[in-house]
Design a protein around this ligand. Structure first.
Ligand code: HEC
Length: 201
């Protein structure tokens, strides 16, 4: 049997009231935490383990879910794609992600989150690499290259990234040398030839 008092204690209004006070308390504490600048955004002070795990997991899941619909072209193994990608990588990416035989640059040492050394390999799928290069990653130095580069060029970079792990410094330099001289010219050629038709997510 439930006593009259028991009923009153567990009345829905009381529970709703306590829940509302708790939620307001948490939101208020969060607002104060932000207002007083308690979280250190300095790039030379690492995140706490919990914050790092949360951000890392959120990024990985965000990319994985969005990359599911990316259609991977079958031509990633073609040598022309790989050498074009090598030229683009050397020009635009190596300052942060480094390359075989390349000494650490100033920017690569100061970035946080750090730019992974892509020659060490990643566990990303080609679709995930494409998505990251095209859209970039918020609150990191990784830009959205899709704003200025068509999908064809981005797939060329993915084709090269698949080959990068395991390249010796000499093989890397040879691939870069085999690329078209200047990537602006390459983009113009592609637009003229109507080669920018590969449109992916
Ligand atoms: C200004 C520095 C900078 C440049 C230039 C840059 N990136 Fe990045 N990139 C980053 C940072 C920092 C991250 C890590 C972001 C994170 O962990 O949230 C990253 C992440 C990535 C990743 C995901 C790696 C992984 O294992 O999670 C790929 C792939 C990548 N970049 C490719 C490229 C390519 C290709 C280019 C050239 C077109 C490029 N990046 C240019 C800073 C840069």
């Amino acid at each position: 049997m439930v006593s009259e008092k028991g009923l009153r204690l567990t009345s829905p209004w009381k529970i709703a009231g306590i829940a509302a006070i708790l939620v307001l308390g948490i939101v208020g504490a969060g607002a104060l935490f932000i207002y007083f600048g308690a979280y250190d955004v300095a790039a030379d002070v690492p995140h706490t383990k919990l914050v790092y795990w949360l951000l890392d997991t959120a990024r990985d899941r965000s990319v994985a879910v969005r990359a599911e619909d990316v259609h991977v072209p079958p031509s990633l193994g073609e040598p022309v794609r790989i050498s074009a990608g090598a030229g683009l990588y050397n020009e635009m990416c190596s300052s942060c992600h480094l390359a075989p035989g390349m000494a650490k640059t100033e920017i690569s040492q100061g970035l946080y989150p750090a730019a992974p050394e892509l020659s060490r390999g990643t566990d990303l799928t080609p679709g995930e690499e494409f998505w990251i290069i095209k859209h970039g990653i918020k609150m990191s130095g990784m830009a959205a290259w899709g704003k200025t580069h068509n999908d064809t060029l981005i797939w060329d970079m993915v084709a090269f990234l698949r080959k990068l792990p395991g390249l010796s410094p000499a093989q890397y330099l040879a691939l870069v040398k085999s690329a078209p001289e200047d990537h602006d010219q390459m983009m113009k050629m592609m637009n003229m030839e109507g080669m920018d038709q590969e449109d992916h997510k």
